[in-house]
Design a protein around this ligand. Structure first.
Ligand code: BGP
Length: 488
């Protein structure tokens, strides 16, 4: 769609930035906090980059006032942060740690005093270790009960002050990395277990939203999903079909459940064929279908999408049929095949049109517009962009400057597409860049920086944790002041 003139960003657009507890807070054992699965996992040799962990992180726990003062200077309208569950309930359920609640109350009050709208994420991956030990984490239904207990405490404590809530951050990422690829805790490599755990997270999500609607009727809640649009490698209809399949597997598998209360049929059938589909009880179906348990908005975290070609099995020509007899995938035992069932539906390929970041992530601003339009067209809910940003190795100059023009360029080109999506008619309520300040990248340490504010520490040393405003800080400040990107 061509627009001679782009629409302005809405008057009350929530310009913001985001973070997550484990990546910034530090104070890992302070004031009664219990251990989370990330506290334990990051200590296992070889699991994280250079053995980095969040014990100190950027010590936001002690620097939160200074950090909020910087947010104010940046003129942020909103700030998205997550609560560490084991700071509130050190054992995941049971005894409440008053000091933990106090920390977040102070943070929320500080934000509100500075006219910054808090966006509270309930779960950004740091499950209390006790729940992992006692119930197998998200593989045990007891964890759902514990999650609701935790949510209720936060709804009761902060429901009057916090308007926007996020249930789960990137459920697709933490279940896949945690239960399929073993890159995150609990380091499982079993697809059946992944789908089973994921199903329980869906139930936890739905029930938490329902509870929220009862307890905080004036608020808004939704999950933040790591969305990537899927492109077919060519206009070959087989590739187009493969893209449909990949979309079912990678996006709809989660989004349809959130918004329509059911799994996409084609993906579910494939999983059933390999006996790795989750067990869905009649009661579960009712929980998921209950309209009160559906989100008020969808949080979208956008970094990149993916490109796929037709699956390796459905080949139309005689030659290709011949080839499929020797296809290594088909020659695998059935249980090995079941570890990669999507091979029946699509295969991932490189996209020759896109450049990549230093960490190999495709840079695709137009894909952002595609993503926003597709999600809005399908689910018809307001969208809140809860993450988008560039991880890069920044250099601090001798006169304490960070000239991150590449980050400005990345954000600028992505915001142009957000504005185009708004002009197309997509309802977007806010944009939180990832991230406000530099922080711990889960698997890439402190060298992969995302912030508007540089934090003086590295992978080896905590140094003085001084906060230094990057060039992008001043650029974003202008964006916010102008309520858009067209300023000179
Ligand atoms: C998202 C997470 C964030 C953040 C971001 C960047 O998936 O929600 O917590 O980490 O990705 O990822 P990385 O740190 O791996 O570059």
């Amino acid at each position: 769609m061509y627009h001679e003139e782009l629409k302005k960003f809405p008057e009350n657009f929530l310009w913001g930035a985001a973070s997550a507890a484990y990546q910034i807070e530090g104070a890992a054992t302070l004031d009664g906090k219990g251990p989370s699965i990330w506290d334990e996992f990051s200590k296992i040799p070889g699991k994280t980059f250079a053995g980095t962990n969040g014990d100190v992180a950027i010590d936001h726990y002690h620097h939160y006032k200074e950090d909020v003062a910087l947010m104010k200077e940046l003129e942020l309208k909103t700030y998205r942060f997550s609560v560490s569950w084991s700071r509130i309930l050190p054992n995941g359920s049971g005894e409440v740690n008053a000091a933990g609640l106090k920390f977040y109350e102070n943070l929320i009050d500080e934000l509100l005093e500075n006219k910054i709208e808090p966006v509270l994420t309930l779960y950004h991956w740091d499950l209390p270790q006790t729940l992992q030990d006692n119930y197998n984490g998200w593989e045990g239904r007891e964890t759902i009960t514990a999650f609701l207990e935790y949510c209720e405490i936060l709804f009761d404590s902060f429901g009057k002050k916090v308007k926007y809530w996020v249930t789960f951050n990137e459920q697709n990422v933490f279940t896949s990395l945690g239960y399929r690829w073993a890159g995150h805790p609990p380091m499982v490599t079993n697809l059946k277990r992944m789908y089973a755990a994921n199903h329980l997270v869906n139930l936890a999500n739905a029930r938490a939203i329902k509870l929220f609607h009862q307890k905080v009727p004036q608020g808004f809640i939704g999950p933040s999903f790591g969305y990537g649009p899927i492109y077919p490698a060519t206009s070959n209809p087989e590739d187009v079909l493969a893209a449909e399949n990949a979309d079912s597997f990678n996006n709809r598998w989660w989004m349809d459940v959130y918004c329509h209360g059911r799994y996409p049929k084609f993906a579910l059938n494939t999983l059933k064929k390999f006996q790795i589909a989750p067990t869905i009880t009649a009661e579960d179906e009712l929980v998921l279908q209950d309209k009160d348990s559906h989100p008020d908005f969808l949080g979208i975290n956008y970094y990149h999408g993916g490109t796929v070609a037709q699956n390796r099995i459905e080949k139309p020509t005689a030659n290709q049929r011949e080839f499929s007899k020797t296809d290594p995938y088909l020659m695998q035992e059935k249980d090995l095949q079941s570890q990669n069932p999507e091979t029946l539906m699509f295969q991932n390929v490189e996209n020759p049109y896109l450049k990549k970041t230093d960490w190999g992530w495709e840079i695709d601003p137009v894909g952002f517009r595609v993503a926003l339009r597709r999600v809005y067209a399908e689910y018809n809910l307001p969208l809140f962009i809860t993450e988008n940003g560039l991880g890069a190795k920044d250099e601090l100059t001798e006169d304490k400057k960070v000239h991150d023009s590449y980050r400005i360029n990345y954000l600028q080109t992505h915001l142009v597409e957000v504005q185009k999506a708004i002009s197309d008619g997509v309802d977007i309520i806010g944009y939180c860049a990832w991230s406000f300040s530099d922080l711990l990248s889960w698997l890439n340490g402190y060298q992969k920086r995302y912030g508007f504010v540089y934090v003086d520490r590295n992978d080896q040393e905590e140094k003085n944790l001084e906060r230094i405003k990057k060039d992008s800080f001043y650029w974003y400040q202008q964006v916010i002041q102008a309520n858009g990107i067209d300023f000179k």
